[in-house]
Structure formats: C-alpha cells, structure tokens
Design a protein around this ligand. Sequence first.
Ligand code: SF4
Length: 276
Amino acid sequence: MEIKKAKSYGFCFGVKRAVELAQDSKNAVTLGPLIHNPLEINRLLKEYNVKYVNSIDEIDERIKRVIVRTHGISKERYKKLLDKNIEVIDATCPFVKKPQEIVEEMSKQGYDIVIFGDKNHPEIQGVMSYSIHKRVFVVLDVEELKNIHLKEKIAIVAQTTRKIEDYLKITDYLIKRYKEVRVFNTICNATFENQEAVRELSREADIVIIVGGKNSSNTKQLFNIAKANCEAYLIESEDELKKEWFLNKNLCGISAGASTPEWLVEKIISKIKELT
Ligand code: SF4
C-alpha cells in the first residue's frame, strides 16, 4: 500500500511561532493549553517545563512569565495580565490579531459588527471584546442573522478557521439587504490550504488518516472533508491505528490538523508501515 501525505498539512505559521516562543521562554506558563494537541503539550512540559493554568486567578507570585496562546484573549483579560506585573509573551497569531484590530477600528467608526463564528470559541470571545460598543453579533449561519435587526453600516469578519463557502452565504445575504457592508476576509490561508489539499487527496485515496487533537475544530473539519470522499479516521496517536482499516487498500492519504507536530505524523506513518 502506498502512503501519500497531503500537499499541505500540520503546523501552521501561527502554531509554529507559538511553540518556538514557548521553547525560547522555558519555565513559562500558558493561559490555557498552548495548542490543541495533548502530546505536544506533554513534550513542551517535559522538555521545556512549559505548564498551563486555566484561569488568570491561578497565576500567583511564583509565576514570572505567561504566554498568551494563538487564539488570543479578550482585551480585559490582557489588561488583567499586564496589571499583574509579569512578563507577557504574546503568541496571539497575527491572523487573529487582524480581526481584533478590524473590530476595534470599525466599531470606533460606528459600524455594527457581525462575526461569523462560534461565540463560545476563545478566538471569538477575544475578537468580540475589541468592539468599543455593544452592537456585536456572532452568528453561525444566515438563519441566526434573520433574527437580528442591523443598522445600515455593517462590518463583518470571520473566525479564522471557518469555511469560505459558508462565509460567502452570510456576506451574500447581508450585501443583498443592506446599503453598506464592509467584508473582511479574515479566514486563514493555512486552514484553507490544508482543507483543499485533503479534499484533493481524499478523492484519489482509499483511506485517509487525519492526525490531530479530537477537540481541535480545524482537525475535525479536515476529517469531515476526507470522510465525504473516502473512508477516513481521526486519530490522536499511533495506538489507535487498526490493522483491518488497511486491508485491500492501495493508497492511504495522511493529513494533520494545524496543531499537529511533524514528529507525530512521522510516528503514525512508521506504525502504518509496520501494520501493512
Ligand atoms: S490556523 Fe491560521 S490563524 Fe490559526 S494559528 Fe494557524 S496561522 Fe494562525
């Protein structure tokens, strides 16, 4: 059986940067797990003593350095950290900073803010907090928009990991009904490239293995795309692989979520080779 990796997969620019920052600042504490990958978090703990806390209240005087993760945090929480008089290492991805800045600027200019995304996701909670007014509406689809009465001036941004096709449905709905709609494409290319690559690969493969955290939204999206075209499995470690998955298969595709390190992908490939 042939094994083929997707043209684009795994660590994106933002995660690579965050992991490097964590490694460079040994003994730091991250606010929430740095990335959605338990194995990589363990490695950072073992090799660099990078721990994590779940809330700012857990940060006591023994902690000298705190890393803000790629999703970013709300403006208020950022200020709370600075007030603690500790070193703040900001690993917020520049692609997440961008919608934060847009929301701040457009809200200052009096635009209603629409955010396409999941209001419970930390990235969106952070982005929302940058509005200087309360007219911020987070929606997941057109149906939710129908219940909201918006003003004539609207600015819209999207969660970085959303699908462009879904974003277009929402912007299309708004543009047809409102006079001024400022659309910002804040969807991250890394996600888009990984999605396109897995789509292409899953069309030719008999089976696709997606490697990544089961709680990572971009990993789940890769899995759903692959599953639509062929047999697909989402795994976190090589122990989950089953010999029978590969019986009578000619081509096995491999892709990985944006938080999956290359060393893990290689480990999975070795194990597949062992099993087949
Ligand atoms: S997926 Fe994109 S937005 Fe998210 S951390 Fe990676 S580069 Fe940044």
